[in-house]
Design a protein around this ligand. Structure first.
Ligand code: FES
Length: 223
């Protein structure tokens, strides 16, 4: 009986968009919502990561009693918490964050290998956003595509800088890539811009697997 009490003590109840859900104490809000079929847009969150990256700001939600919206990927659930994922304020903030990403993303869905499997498309469809920049200035980037690896290419002009590929590479114990440069020039790079295949990369393709957009894609016939 003692162990039953422990299990019960670990389960908490919260409300998301009027729906009561039960989940484990200590869980992050984003995963608790997704596990219960409540979609909160997200691009940079990795469930297995110890610390949330928190870069895309698409997962903002409102919590009753809090003055400002919080990122669901960083927020731990609390018993009795009341969460709203789609208030007018949240929609406005999310749309701005989305447009900010699009403002320097090379939008060419028709010719992108990730067409119809891209997280940006999924978020746009779910939120009713257009896949175009309307309120911000378009800042096209024209950085060279890195084709130095025999199995995949990296197009920094499509990269949303979610950091998932860096995380995946670190999980392999390799860590051959990281963020490099600053501002609009920021991209993923190998150390000293070395050709990717010369870095110790073991071609596991995990970085390609976790890329939510068409920045890291397998070369034709590489699979
Ligand atoms: S998923 Fe939460 S900030 Fe990106």
């Amino acid at each position: 009986m003692k162990s039953d009490w422990r299990v019960i003590a670990n389960i908490i109840t919260l409300t998301i968009d009027g729906r009561e859900i039960r989940c484990k104490e200590g869980e992050r809000l984003l995963w608790a919502a997704l596990d219960h079929g409540i979609y909160i847009p997200n691009l940079c969150a990795v469930r297995e990561a110890d610390l949330p990256f928190g870069g895309c700001r698409l997962c903002l939600v409102e919590i009753e009693g809090r003055r400002s919206p919080v990122a669901a990927c960083s927020q731990h659930v609390e018993n009795g918490m009341v969460v709203r994922t789609d208030t007018p304020q949240i929609k406005r903030l999310r749309r701005t964050a989305f447009e900010l990403l699009l403002s320097h993303h090379h939008l060419d869905c028709a010719h992108c290998p990730r067409n119809k499997k891209c997280e940006l498309q999924k978020i746009a469809a779910h939120q009713g956003f257009k896949l175009k920049v309307e309120r911000l200035r378009l800042i096209p980037r024209e950085m060279p595509v890195d084709s130095s690896h025999p199995l995949f290419t990296y197009d920094p002009n499509k990269c949303v800088l979610c950091g998932k590929c860096i995380w995946a590479c670190q999980c392999r114990g390799l860590g051959v890539i990281d963020f490099a440069y600053r501002g609009l020039e920021t991209r993923i790079s190998t150390f000293d811009n070395m050709p990717w295949a010369d870095t110790g990369c073991d071609s596991c393709l995990k970085c390609v697997e976790v890329c939510p957009v068409g920045a890291l894609v397998e070369k034709d016939g590489a699979a």
